[in-house]
Write a protein that binds this ligand. Structure first.
Ligand SMILES: [Fe+2]
Ligand SMILES: [Fe+2]
Length: 126
């Protein structure tokens, strides 16, 4: 069981729960890939499905609370999804690609989702 680091917690429970789930699934993919198991693609497709749903949920939530950065954030999600979708094509390069995916995904959280978390906090103190 993997847990995401404390400084990546957004304090938006629905978002944090989804990030946790995505992180678990990605780490499982990484393990499978490093073992050379054939089920990698199936697991990775499942991860991508959840990722797409997560991005949709997050975009919808941001729109609901009139987050000013929503369009930029949604665009970033689309770019990120395309990048992650292409990882299996390079899966023969092994766990290194998945390590990259993990880094890319969690950079999204650190750099972008945390801005949103800041925004929500600032709204509460108004
Ligand atoms: Fe997110
Ligand atoms: Fe995001």
């Amino acid at each position: 069981m993997y847990t995401i680091p404390d400084n990546w917690i957004t304090n938006v429970p629905a978002i944090d729960q989804e990030h946790e789930n995505l992180f678990q699934k990605l780490m499982t993919c990484r393990e499978i890939l490093s073992k050379g198991d054939q089920s990698f693609q199936t697991h990775y497709d499942d991860f991508l499905k959840d990722l797409l749903q997560h991005f949709e949920n997050e975009d919808a939530y941001m729109r609901k609370v009139d987050y000013p950065g929503v369009e930029v954030h949604a665009k970033h999600h689309r770019i990120l999804y395309d990048e992650l979708k292409n990882i299996p094509a390079q899966a023969d390069l092994g766990a290194k690609r998945i390590d990259h995916a993990i880094k890319v995904l969690f950079e999204d959280i650190v750099h972008d989702d945390l801005y949103f978390s800041e925004f929500l906090r600032s709204q509460k103190t108004k």
